[in-house]
Ligand binder design. Structure first.
Ligand SMILES: NC(=O)c1ccc[n+]([C@@H]2O[C@H](COP(=O)([O-])OP(=O)(O)OC[C@H]3O[C@@H](n4cnc5c(N)ncnc54)[C@H](O)[C@@H]3O)[C@@H](O)[C@H]2O)c1
Length: 263
């Protein structure tokens, strides 16, 4: 195994968007380190041909998990990219929020991304090499929906960190970008919709927010992440790329055709 194999750490690779990102990178022949509370299923899927894949089972809120991921990447190749995808969304009305509940979201989404970003940047600075970071934000990073305050706070913070890393280390060849998806069909979204009193009405409402008329597939997010990690994105730095089927671009929809104003 060559030590120059381009290798990417992907947190949250056990499911959903993170798994789609890992699949895409693996399909392109890159080394992948899968970080998750439970990476087993993705590991089993990707190692069937003896490819350069490693798994780290751990909580991204713990900085030690990221050091393990760094070492796992070094064992199969050269750390080229780091994707901070693992995240949780636990809606809660603000008056009901407890410190324990808030910490569940902040520790994973905010600190999990912070410690991974720190580990990657340190690795590249120590080695005198460039690298690319991608953090998975959300349309919630810049738009509000009731009861999602903590989630939205963490996603806005991720975008702020992304800008800061880009500005601080661009001269050393380090790029940091974020991707902000709208609704993506994953286990997390399905569980969220299923928790509604009327799951079909919840799905229809979310879809109605999207001018594209449908939710995204995880592969459509992974493709943008793959581009941002690649040399084709060599001058893209400090950005948040929104991938939402125009969800956050519209003013609003006229639900009633009789309100149309042709002149
Ligand atoms: N699905 C969507 O509609 C959507 C939209 C916008 C943004 N996002 C973001 O995309 C990311 C992935 O979401 P998804 O829908 O694929 O979710 P998912 O639940 O399908 O996958 C998330 C993965 O992260 C892992 N994980 C969670 N907490 C962890 C922790 N503390 N340490 C290690 N691993 C942990 C889980 O085990 C899981 O495998 C999240 O950051 C989420 O906020 C999702």
């Amino acid at each position: 195994m060559t030590t120059e194999l381009r290798t990417v750490v992907v947190t949250g690779a056990g499911s959903g968007i993170g798994r789609a990102i890992a699949r895409a990178l693996h399909g392109a022949g890159q080394g992948v380190v899968l970080v998750d509370l439970d990476p087993a299923a993705t590991l089993a899927e990707l190692t069937d041909d003896g490819a350069a894949v490693r798994a780290v089972t751990g909580d991204i809120a713990d900085p030690a998990t990221h050091l393990q991921a760094r070492d796992a990447a070094a064992a199969i190749g050269r750390l080229d990219g780091w994707v901070s995808c693992a995240g949780v969304d636990r809606p809660c009305p603000l008056p009901d929020l407890t410190a324990t509940e808030a910490a569940r979201t902040v520790d994973t989404n905010l600190y999990g991304t912070l410690w991974g970003t720190q580990t990657a940047v340190r690795t590249w600075l120590d080695a005198g090499r460039p690298g690319a970071l991608v953090a998975i934000s959300s349309v919630h990073g810049r738009r509000a929906y009731p009861d999602h305050g903590v989630y939205e706070m963490t996603k806005a913070a991720i975008e702020a960190l992304t800008r800061n890393v880009a500005v601080s280390y661009a001269a050393l060849g380090i790029r940091a970008n974020a991707v902000a998806p709208g609704g993506v069909v994953t286990a997390a979204l399905e569980a969220s919709l299923a928790s509604a009193a009327d799951p079909q009405a919840a799905r229809d409402e979310l879809t109605a927010f999207v001018p594209a008329g449908r939710l995204a597939q995880d592969t459509e997010i992974a493709a943008v992440v793959q581009f941002l990690l690649s040399d084709a994105a060599s001058y893209v730095n400090g950005q948040t790329i929104v991938v939402d089927g125009a969800m956050t671009s519209h003013i609003g929809f006229a639900a009633d055709p009789s309100t149309a104003r042709p002149a």
